[in-house]
Design a binder for this molecule. Sequence first.
Ligand SMILES: [Mg+2]
Length: 217
Amino acid sequence: MPLIALDLDGTLVDQASAARAWSAGFVDEWRLPAGEVDVVATALTARRPKGEVFSEIIGRLGLPTAADDVWLDYRSRMPSLVTVTDEDRIALTELRAAGWTLGIVTNGMLDNQEGKIRRTCLDSLVDGWVVSDDVGVRKPAPAIFEALASRLGCALEGWMIGDSLELDVAGGAAVGLRTAWLDDGSDPTGYRPDLVVDSVAAAARAILDGQPSATPR
Ligand SMILES: [Mg+2]
């Protein structure tokens, strides 16, 4: 059956609120100014390799600890801080019942991303996933989408649902997928998602209703 590829952070799980909760704990632990919660949370929500982000944070704050240790703490706590909405869980169940193969394609470290997938029970709602750290290539490179299709044993035909214009919309379109963009407030000039939605559930409704034509091109 055709594939629906889904992004994880900011799409299936509320990475930004979870990052903010972690940042609040970090600021408290190190007795930093309260304003640092927003600064650190914003840095951790940027779509960049987190190793770089933690090096910058620890260097800027001059803390007597290793950036790698703080990054490890972040990865160990994030799986218990993210949530998935009930509406999105139901939508995934309905898509699978309609015959779609569901796979998560996400940039990040295997322990953190897989921890989030398992802790939220998304592992029981999708058919599989690929994490960039595990396959050695990050979105938007075509190879990570090809790795997902290969892992799931299906053709690279169907949809990509995600909140990043560059990683998910452009990346998915480049390998022939239709794209549903969860509007994150970015300027979409230059990108052409097939759907603009506010949740995975909304994308699923449109796909199941065949608007626009949900069958592979
Ligand atoms: Mg995302």
